[in-house]
Design a protein around this ligand. Structure first.
Ligand code: P6P
Length: 336
């Protein structure tokens, strides 16, 4: 019988906090820095989930007059979620930089020499336009360990030496689900409201190697590149099902659990793609690869090999079951 704190069996009750602390015990050099950050994300997402559930009651549904950094209509809850996350993470003395979809510029908390070892980038409430119709929305985050030395800040965040050490999302759906990787597989937690804790429900999730489901907004078909249209025609001819929610966290969560492939390719009006590299594509790519899947651009470049040159840079995304991404490459001739 191994150490009870690290040998999880079905009858062990393991919270997110105890799971992360158990992970720390396995790394003698661990400083607790990392757990400190994840506990802030846990607190922030419990608070956001409460706001999302009570949105209609508290009348925080709907749009603001303002647009975000991308010129997109801001939802009231986008702004609220952004402030909640920043207020929780801002108190962590080991975080140097915060990058949010909702903020034009990064929030510089402290320099590298003042202890800012990590950067956290996040989409506070991805898919928020779906809130009014009670479709699952979510928070996506990535934690980056900044290179030693230097000033920290945006330069460090975009440095090739920066390493993504954790990624995850929280889906505010029929239940509040926290999916996390710290580089050793993917674990899933569900918020037990009766005790206010995320409880471990599935350890070391493995994405099915195949699944005849593709997830794409086919309304843009005429604007996809020819090779993407070729793949879609192949899928139509081979009895694939189409599932598309329009909320990346919900679409990726289904893909992770049921298999298939999620695609948001470049279009003629968005040749660089729509999804953002730092706080949408890279965290989801780390999760999917850690679960045994693949995550590439629509021309077959591994997303985790991409390096953003600006904090809001966009990319195309094709991710999911390894077999399905292979089939996309095979039947779309991405050598084009
Ligand atoms: P479209 C939500 O706005 C989002 O960023 C992702 O959550 C989602 O996958 C995508 O955009 C949906 O975009 O163009 O299909 O509405």
């Amino acid at each position: 019988m191994g150490d009870p704190t690290t040998t999880w069996t079905d009858d062990n009750l393991m919270s997110l906090q105890s799971h992360v602390l158990a992970g720390e015990r396995e790394h003698p050099g661990a400083t607790g820095d990392f757990s400190w950050i994840l506990s802030a994300i846990s607190l922030a997402t419990k608070t956001i989930g409460n706001k999302v559930r009570r949105a209609r009651i508290e009348d925080v549904i709907g749009e603001l007059a303002s647009n975000n950094t991308h010129g997109e209509q801001q939802q009231k809850l986008d702004v609220i979620a952004n402030e909640i996350i920043k207020s929780c993470l801002g108190s962590r003395a080991n975080i140097g930089v915060l990058v949010s979809e909702e903020d034009e510029e990064p929030t510089i908390l402290r320099t590298r020499s003042d202890g800012g070892r990590y950067a956290v980038f996040f989409d506070p409430l991805d898919g928020s336009s779906n809130i009014d119709v009670s479709v699952g929305v979510g928070t996506i985050f990535g934690v980056l360990r900044l290179p030693d030395g230097g000033k920290g800040g945006t330069e460090a965040l975009l440095s090739p030496e920066a390493v993504m050490v954790a990624a995850g999302y929280v889906l505010y759906g029929s239940s509040t689900v926290f999916v996390l990787t710290t580089g050793n597989g993917v674990d899933m937690f569900v918020l037990d409201h009766s005790i206010g804790s995320y409880v471990l429900t599935k350890r070391d999730i493995r994405i099915p190697t195949e699944g005849k489901i593709y997830s794409i907004n086919e309304a843009y078909s005429a604007r996809f590149q020819e090779h993407v249209q070729t793949y879609l025609q192949w899928a139509h001819d081979n009895d694939y099902s189409s599932r598309y929610i329009g909320s990346m966290v919900a679409d990726v969560h289904r893909t992770l659990l049921k298999g298939g492939v999620f695609l948001y390719p470049a279009t003629s009006d968005r040749p660089e793609g729509k999804l953002r590299m730092l706080y949408e594509a890279l965290p989801m790519a780390m999760l999917i690869e850690q679960a045994g899947g693949r995550a590439v651009t629509d021309h077959g470049t591994r997303i985790l090999d991409l390096k953003a040159s600006t904090i809001h840079e966009r990319t195309s995304v094709v991710l999911g079951s390894s077999g399905e991404v292979d089939l996309f490459e095979k039947h779309s001739d991405t050598s084009l």
